[in-house]
Design a protein around this ligand. Structure first.
Ligand SMILES: [Zn+2]
Length: 176
């Protein structure tokens, strides 16, 4: 009983604190971020935790192999390798916004390559010592899915090269 009463009080409190604020319609937010590409309206970084079974149900076998089993797609085969459209690249597993098309550069390595990431902890790194190499793995900051690797031999001013599997990405094309 006590907990129920407390929960009721709490909901009243929450309700009243909410109703004190003038509700602002989200009309100013557009679906796709424009202009300032370093900021996006997708700020939700609440971790997404799912079991392997749940991921298997959500993802295609190839997506599961790359995103959850840290696989690598064959070079020069990915659907976004040569993509030059304007828009935002998101994590294929959870929709977390990772890169914009402005960050993509033409790379001969065979995978979509970016010279920076959208700011705000959307991507996490960790040292990968598999296959007898020491590399920096990049994973989605939200759902922990494998994206690719980060190298410091980028040809642009940042010197960085985010080498990402197309399978790990979805592309949201800008609507003009
Ligand atoms: Zn993700």
């Amino acid at each position: 009983m006590k907990t129920a009463a407390f929960a009721f009080l709490l909901s009243l409190l929450v309700f009243s604190s909410c109703s004190n604020k003038t509700p602002k319609p989200l009309a100013t937010e557009t679906q796709t971020p424009k202009n300032n590409t370093m900021n996006t309206d997708n700020k939700d970084l609440t971790p997404i935790v799912k079991t392997n079974e749940e991921w298997k149900n959500l993802l295609s076998p190839e997506q599961y192999r790359v995103l959850r089993d840290k696989g690598t797609e064959a070079p020069f085969t990915g659907k976004y390798y040569l993509n030059k459209d304007k828009g935002v690249y998101v994590c294929a597993a959870c929709g977390n916004e990772l890169f914009t098309s402005d960050m993509k550069f033409e790379s001969s390595c065979g995978w979509p390559s970016f010279d920076k990431e959208i700011a705000g902890g959307k991507i996490k790194t960790h040292i990968d010592t598999s296959h007898g190499m020491v590399r920096t793995e990049i994973i989605c900051g939200r759902c922990g899915s494998h994206l690719g690797h980060l190298f410091d031999d980028g040809p642009t001013a940042t010197g960085e090269r985010y080498c990402v599997n197309s399978v790990s990405l979805n592309f949201k094309k800008d609507s003009l």
